[in-house]
Design a protein around this ligand. Sequence first.
Ligand SMILES: NC(=O)c1ccc[n+]([C@@H]2O[C@H](COP(=O)([O-])OP(=O)(O)OC[C@H]3O[C@@H](n4cnc5c(N)ncnc54)[C@H](O)[C@@H]3O)[C@@H](O)[C@H]2O)c1
Length: 335
Amino acid sequence: MIKVLVTGGAGYIGSHVVKRLAGERYHVVVYDNLSTGFRENVTYGRLVVGDLNDRALLNRVMKRYKFDAVMHFAASIAVSESVENPLQNYLNNVANTMNLLGAMNDNGINKIIFSSTAAVYGADNPHVNEDSPLAPINPYGQSKLMVEKILGDLSKAGQMNHVILRYFNAIGAAADGTLGDRKEKGTHILGCCFRAARSGDKPFSVMGTDYNTPDGTCVRDYINVEDIAEAHVLALCYLLNNNPSDVFNCGYGHGYSVLEFVDTVKKITGVDFSVAYADRRPGDIPELTADSSKIRAKLGWNPRYDNLEDTIHSAWEWERKKHYERSFYGYSQTV
Ligand SMILES: NC(=O)c1ccc[n+]([C@@H]2O[C@H](COP(=O)([O-])OP(=O)(O)OC[C@H]3O[C@@H](n4cnc5c(N)ncnc54)[C@H](O)[C@@H]3O)[C@@H](O)[C@H]2O)c1
């Protein structure tokens, strides 16, 4: 059996990847401090509750399980928080990643799949391939680019091979209804729309209506979390077959404006929630979609869930289930 360490596997994307790995020939250990993750999300494998800054614990876990590869999801992900508190963002996303890489190096683990982001690209190019200029406009994107560069150097030195996946905007829930985004205070667009739909009076805020886009609002490439999970399985096979380090965009290649997205959420939920129009949010890029021809050609990625309505529908089903369970069991089902 192949053994995989999944940092951040109790979080939103990591947990869907773990669920997907369960269907394959992998042993999984999730390493997570549960700062934004949930025990209940770990539906397969073993959970070690620990922080990436704890080198001694990382070493113990690595010595014990002798992993073949690491999938590294754990990070601070809120762009606005990275703008307000850059030091915390760099500590978690860069310093803690270096701690992880050091422990991997000490334990002879030389394969890593890293969760990067479309935020490493600059604001000038709306449709980007992997060679497009890298010019992040916020500390979150900077921190991910710093790690990409560190991984590049480790690869050049022959110490570690990587696959970097630059995800665009992850949304949705597992099609079988067993997993989804569990956060209550997430800052992503879908969670904010759902909060507006459920609250009845608190509006959804559209941040910026004067961008140079067809309807003045930001355009994004929304990717179903299950297609991201599939990309990880393919990336893992690629690394296990001793292929060289590489970087791939992970998005569909077409986008929706914020207003189009909001209209789709209203249609799926059946709630005509109110919308407020606010100023631009610092750190937002007007338009960004992925050229994903490389991951399709090289990893054979063939996304199955490229349908915004269906994806929002899966997330809404999950949202309703989550709220029913919370009203019954309380916030956490773990006693
Ligand atoms: N959600 C998106 O749309 C998106 C887009 C691009 C990239 N990404 C990247 O994907 C990864 C996963 O994102 P997500 O949306 O699942 O976020 P998430 O917050 O749900 O998951 C992150 C997980 O990491 C854990 N974690 C954070 N810091 C830790 C630490 N120091 N030690 C141990 N565990 C720690 C958290 O408890 C959480 O379970 C992140 O690296 C993020 O930057 C996400």
